[in-house]
Ligand binder design. Structure first.
Ligand SMILES: Cc1cc2nc3c(=O)[nH]c(=O)nc-3n(C[C@H](O)[C@H](O)[C@H](O)COP(=O)(O)OP(=O)(O)OC[C@H]3O[C@@H](n4cnc5c(N)ncnc54)[C@H](O)[C@@H]3O)c2cc1C
Length: 378
């Protein structure tokens, strides 16, 4: 007989994926009565990251979207590609607003309990799983885990440092999100400046690279300072916030093999390997888990399906083996396609014709051998 666990679900790790799962569980009229325990080593993360993503309608976090853009631009050399994003909007959510929004909502449920402690282990136990943390332990039917992100191994990383800068005078066009400006030192990698204007005076300016080695903070700063000097010469500004991070770009599986322990978020392979975008995949993954729990189905948290995983693997192969410079790849993709098609492709929602159109943006002599290599490696 299945033992009666104290909790139905334990959410191990309350970052993007843990909070998203909690949110979607509590939105459901049946599952929101389950006993849920949330364990995290750090509930005071502050504004540790901003999430950007695209949607063609109001999503579940519309209330906390702090800025939206309907135009993006990609710059390479003297070429500027300005693209309207309709029917999508490119949206930004601040980490701190997200954490506060969901924890405030969850405070209304006395079936949700919280433990602030470092998790030491998660193991299988009878027909459930047990979580040990510093100072205690508990078991549940299911544990949803997003911890151990720091143990990930990846040959390629998307790594970056960003400053939110504020000027006294208007300098930015707040209607355009600069998705990629490749006119920065490439560092033998794929590198670009990501510039998101929040107002005419304030913007997030982020130096981003796809490469095997994460830089020292001073190395990002050098490029950020030079970019500001080049573009806003002599104009005084203040850095009001910084963010720094590294996202694995890999198609290797990282998910738990322990029964009744379901990996979510980065550990649950929710990151799009070729771009580092994860926020919307995490929403899809956690909503999918809620739907499966509701229907008593076996839990399957995968969100990247074969066809799109294959494209990711091909793009990664081209980048890793330097078959073509990354700036050239992305510049071509944005030159030959509209933003909506690229967004659909990056969301894994494009159809086969659209996929082919994107892939044909790359020279056949580059794409084809890479595709064959990936096929034979599998
Ligand atoms: C700075 C930054 C900006 C990003 N921007 C974007 C973006 O714009 N768009 C996008 O789509 N994606 C973005 N990403 C990628 C991705 O969306 C995030 O990394 C996302 O936070 C991943 O969610 P997660 O829940 O897997 O991990 P996290 O959000 O990192 O959550 C993991 C949680 O586990 C806890 N934890 C870890 N170990 C333990 C332990 N042993 N015991 C207890 N608790 C533990 C941590 O405290 C944390 O709360 C960004 C990532 C970073 C780092």
């Amino acid at each position: 007989m299945q033992p009666k666990y104290k909790y139905d679900y334990i959410i191990a790790g309350a970052g993007c994926a843990g909070y998203s799962l909690l949110y979607h569980l509590l939105q459901d009229p049946i599952l929101n009565k389950k006993k849920i325990l949330v364990v995290d080593a750090n509930f005071n993360k502050g504004n540790d990251r901003t999430w950007c993503f695209w949607e063609d309608q109001a999503g579940p976090f519309e209330l906390i979207v702090c800025k939206k853009w309907s135009n993006i631009e990609v710059l390479k050399g003297t070429i500027q590609r300005l693209l309207p994003t309709a029917p999508f909007e490119y949206k930004m959510v601040q980490g701190i607003d997200f954490y506060q929004h969901i924890s405030a909502f969850a405070k209304g449920f006395d079936n949700v309990e919280w433990v602030a402690s470092k998790i030491l282990s998660i193991d299988a136990e009878h027909n459930g799983a047990i979580v040990h943390w510093e100072g205690g332990a508990a078991n549940a039917d299911y544990v949803f885990s997003s911890i151990n992100g720091e143990r990930i191994q990846s040959t390629l990383w998307q790594h970056f440092k960003g400053n939110v800068v504020e000027f006294d005078v208007p300098v930015f066009d707040k209607s355009v999100a600069r998705l990629m400006d490749f006119n920065v030192p490439q560092m033998d990698a794929t590198a670009f400046m990501y510039l998101l204007p929040l107002t005419e005076k304030k913007a997030l300016v982020e130096y981003t690279l796809f490469s095997p080695t994460i830089l020292e903070t001073a190395e990002y700063d050098l490029v950020l300072n030079a970019y500001m000097e080049e573009h806003y010469k002599g104009q005084a500004y203040t850095i009001v916030h910084t963010e720094q991070g590294a996202i694995p770009m890999t198609t290797k599986k990282m998910t738990s093999t322990i029964s009744n322990v379901i990996s979510i978020g980065t550990m649950g392979d929710a990151v799009k390997a070729s771009t580092g975008y994860a926020f919307q995949f995490i929403q899809e993954q956690t909503q999918q888990i809620v739907n499966q729990l509701k229907l008593n189905q076996a839990l399957d948290a995968s969100v990247h399906y074969t066809r799109h995983q294959f494209y990711d693997a091909v793009l990664l192969y081209i980048l890793e083996h330097k078959k073509m410079a990354g700036d050239e790849i992305f510049a071509r993709i944005f030159k030959k396609n509209d933003a909506a098609t690229v967004f659909k492709f990056l969301s894994n929602t494009s159809n086969l014709m659209e996929d082919i159109r994107i892939m044909l943006s790359l020279p056949t002599q580059i794409f084809l051998p890479a595709a064959i290599q990936v096929l034979f490696r599998r």
